[in-house]
Design a protein around this ligand. Structure first.
Ligand SMILES: [Zn+2]
Length: 391
């Protein structure tokens, strides 16, 4: 039933529209045009103003032809860099870029699949419940679109994001994360003439870092220091060093514990500084901890999981629940009370110039989504019918 050429063309068309984070207006306009022409009720929220982007999240609603709880369907419109001037190359059934940019299958494969799914539903007049499509901005730079989504426009309490690789998997668990920044302030001095008048911020920070456990803390917790910046010249005692990193865990308490350990390690080194600099200067510490994203934990018996499993089974396929190590819009939706499972589109090597996606995988996910929508409408339709019959 899937029109492979049309799906391929839609995908190729979308990849050619630049849409790096914060600059999604052009692609949003094209998606809106397509959905408007199909009779959707579309709306752009004000997330763009709040986060400094050139447009907001695009919300598109299709009324159901069956009574059913509304289903959320989500993809993000932005891409990482290098993502401008993408030329999609199609060879042996696989899309890649020309090697100089990313492809943008993350997440344009999802957008193409959603458009194709809706076209098939309309041309075949397939029964469906109410569908609420949410195309977010700025997913790649901290899930900002999802975090500022106008929730008043959304009534769905569960649904699917298409933003993973495995076409036979649904991500139901994902960690939460804290992002941290420590700024250790010392005191500058001439490193050759009067080092004792200074406080070496790099030296202090390195002692604090040396006391920390980094990498994999346990099976569900990780910690990383990813950026360190400081100093101005080899002959100056550095007065400032900035350390940035993150803690992730599937268990919020564990994440908080690791975060507290880091804070106390830095505090201890700075507060216990023994040297005497000029003017009795003391080192100082600034700490910024930001909640990066909340965790996701969808039980296996939740309808979002059972529906996907049943749809896959009807197609003679497998469907496994999966644990993700990263954050996605789905984490934010989960926190807002919308149970969102993440489905795969076949995209691979995301965020690299080797990114690719097989057309056949996009076809498979379109088929899966059609079956999910069919089963969802059918089950609820029968329920509604029974209710009327019993009248
Ligand atoms: Zn993505």
């Amino acid at each position: 039933m899937v029109n492979k050429d049309r799906l391929a063309n839609t995908f190729k068309f979308l990849t050619q529209i630049d849409s790096v984070s914060g600059e999604e207006r052009a692609i949003s306009g094209e998606i809106k045009k397509i959905l408007d022409s199909m009779g959707a009720e579309t709306y752009i929220d004000d997330a763009g103003d709040k986060i400094g982007g050139n447009t907001g999240n695009l919300i598109a609603k299709f009324k159901g032809t069956r009574q059913a709880p509304p289903l959320l369907l989500n993809a993000h419109m932005d891409t990482v860099e290098p993502g401008k001037g993408v030329t999609a190359v199609f060879s042996d059934g696989v899309f890649t870029s020309d090697g100089t940019t990313i492809l943008g299958a993350d997440d344009k494969s999802a957008i193409a699949i959603l458009v194709e799914t809706l076209k098939i539903i309309q041309e075949n007049e397939l029964p469906h419940g109410p569908l609420e499509l949410v195309f977010t901005v700025c997913e790649e730079i901290g899930l900002l679109g999802a975090k500022h989504l106008d929730l008043d426009r959304i009534t769905a309490t569960f649904g699917y994001a298409l933003d993973a690789t495995d076409t036979e998997g649904i991500v139901t668990r994902a960690p939460c994360a804290n992002r941290f920044e420590f700024r250790v302030h010392g005191k500058d001095a001439h490193a050759g003439a009067a080092p004792e008048k200074g406080i070496n911020a790099i030296s202090l920070a390195s002692k604090a870092i040396a006391n920390l456990e980094l990498g994999r803390i346990d099976s569900e917790t990780t910690c990383n220091i990813g950026i360190i910046q400081g100093g101005t010249a080899t002959n100056i005692v550095p007065c400032l060093v900035t350390i940035k990193g993150e803690v992730r865990s599937h268990d919020e308490e564990k994440m908080n514990k690791v975060t507290r350990t880091m804070v106390s390690s830095f505090k201890e080194i700075v507060e216990n500084y023994k040297g005497v600099a000029s003017d009795n200067a003391r080192p100082r510490l600034e700490i910024e901890i930001q909640k990066d994203f909340p965790r996701t934990y969808i039980p296996d018996d939740h309808p979002v999981v059972t529906l996907a499993c049943r749809a896959a089974q009807n197609l003679g396929r497998k469907m496994k629940t999966k644990i993700s190590g990263g954050g996605a819009d789905a984490n934010v939706f989960f926190e807002k009370g919308i149970m969102t499972g993440v489905l795969g589109t076949g995209m691979r090597d995301m965020h690299t110039v080797r990114e690719s996606v097989r057309l056949e995988d996009m076809v498979r996910t379109t088929e899966l989504l059609l079956e999910i929508i069919r089963v969802h409408a059918e089950a609820e339709g029968q329920g509604a019918a029974r209710h009327t019959d019993g009248g």
